[in-house]
Design a protein around this ligand. Structure first.
Ligand SMILES: [Fe+2]
Ligand SMILES: [Fe+2]
Length: 447
């Protein structure tokens, strides 16, 4: 009976917490339909050829899709086309263009899950609708004859960016139980510069289309295809990186069966802390690589030292303490792991300067290494080692409290302790590390 009760209780919890997501989702669909209906009341006639061409252009542009790491969100190369369409034909035409092109691209060509397509249609309708209305509100300034149209174009671009990114940040935050501001900062803040770069492209498309005729549009389709090709090369390169890190991590685990899964757990813990500290997506990626490979230098150390049950001699200590440098030297041979190598070199430094190899102090140690240092010790204490059993969790917490500020970075330790007290810090148990690592890298480094 107790099990039954507990099972039901644990099923009800996520059920309750998904309500926010569902309400937002439904309200968003209703709002999208209302905006579309409002825009269609003022639908200009004589634009069928333009609609057809812009749908084709957006379908091509959307095939150049970039999924952002760690957010599950995507940005598309179609933003400048949307902005050009808003300038040329207004929000009603572009709402229709976006409705049809989203159904075609995401529903039929990419076959994305239905709930995503159903959300993205009102998302794009409202994005072009609202930014189009902002553009139109500038009245006479919107005429293409004067460069003054760049002012409303900038206002529309800014609205486009804010409306789109905040709508998506809210849905991701509600579905993953995260703070929307964190989601937005992590995924979209940097995106502002993309929109700034897209604005002149949108202006050029609009001017060429209006002044030189519809066939100039072909000028944009060719570079889009080229961009798509380069992007595919980039995807292939990233996959090679992921495979390299996954293979090296398996080599570490295979060389030391007693610490099997250690690298994976340390990487999970490090990412949890780093996300709370609002590290950028790029820094998170480097930290994940560094965490997975932090002990790779140990493959150069004799097993009788690594697995020794009794106390180590001075010479053995010296050998063990060489692993951060050896690891960093191995990893730095791969150019894409340059930053990770620096983190690896510093993962046994301590705030009071008593660490190794260089005895760096406080902020001289990079943040990634300070995080690694704490979670590495946390995992070492909470898992069995050849020379001792795992310590009870209360004892581990006590150790972290005692050595906070001397052995362990204060801020990182405070975050871990606070999360632990709020039951937000999961204790990861033994896992099929190799598969998990690969899946996780693929998931997080999706491009
Ligand atoms: Fe280490
Ligand atoms: Fe370690």
């Amino acid at each position: 009976m107790l099990k039954d009760f507990k099972d039901r209780a644990s099923k009800q919890e996520p059920e309750r917490s998904r309500w926010g997501f569902r309400v937002y989702y439904v309200l968003y669909l209703v709002a999208g339909m209302a905006v579309l209906a409002y825009l269609l009341m003022d639908f200009p006639s004589g634009h069928w050829r333009d609609i057809f061409l812009f749908i084709a252009l957006i379908v091509v542009a959307d095939s150049v899709q970039i999924s952002l790491p760690r957010g599950g969100a995507s940005i598309y190369a179609s933003s400048p086309i949307d902005l050009a369409g808003i300038v040329l034909f207004g929000p009603a035409v572009m709402a229709v263009v976006e409705t049809v092109s989203t159904i075609l691209t995401e529903g039929l060509l990419q076959r994305r899950p239905l709930f995503k397509v159903v959300f993205n249609v009102p998302l794009l309708v409202m994005t072009v609708g609202v930014s189009g209305l902002v553009f139109r509100s500038f009245g006479n300034m919107t005429a293409l004859d004067s460069p003054l149209f760049l002012v409303p174009l900038f206002a529309a671009g800014f609205t486009y960016y804010l409306f789109n990114t905040w709508s998506v940040s809210f849905v991701i935050a509600l579905s993953d139980h995260r703070n929307p501001l964190h989601v937005w900062k992590q995924n979209y803040m940097w995106n502002f510069f993309h929109i700034l770069a897209f604005l002149p492209v949108g202006a050029i498309i609009a001017l060429l289309y209006a002044k030189s005729g519809v066939w100039t549009i072909a000028l944009f389709i060719i570079p889009l295809f080229l961009a798509r090709h380069s992007f595919q090369l980039y995807i292939d390169m990233r996959e090679a990186h992921i495979n390299t890190v996954a293979a090296l991590t398996s080599a570490i685990d295979a060389s030391d069966p007693f610490t099997h899964g250690h690298s994976f757990r340390v990487s999970r813990y490090a990412l949890i802390i780093a996300s709370v500290m609002e590290m950028s997506a790029r820094d998170l990626e480097m930290l994940e690589y560094a965490a997975l490979l932090h002990d790779i230098g140990k493959i150069a150390i004799q097993n009788d030292v690594l697995l020794k049950v009794g106390p180590l001699t001075d010479e053995e200590w010296q050998s063990l303490r060489s692993h951060p440098n050896i690891g960093a030297d191995i990893v730095s041979q791969l150019k894409f792991l340059d930053e990770a190598a620096h983190i690896i070199r510093c993962h046994h430094e301590r705030p009071d300067g008593s660490g190794y190899p260089r005895g760096l102090k406080g902020k001289e140690v990079p943040l990634g290494a300070r995080i690694l240092n704490v979670v590495d010790a946390f995992d070492a204490m909470t898992s069995d080692r050849p020379y001792r059993k795992a310590l009870p969790i209360d004892r581990v917490i006590e150790e972290l409290r005692t050595y906070k500020g001397t052995q362990f970075d204060t801020r990182v330790t405070d975050i871990l302790l606070e999360m632990y007290e709020n039951e937000d810090f999961p204790l990861i148990v033994e896992t099929d590390a190799t598969t998990e690592i690969y899946n996780s890298l693929v998931e997080h480094c999706q491009v």
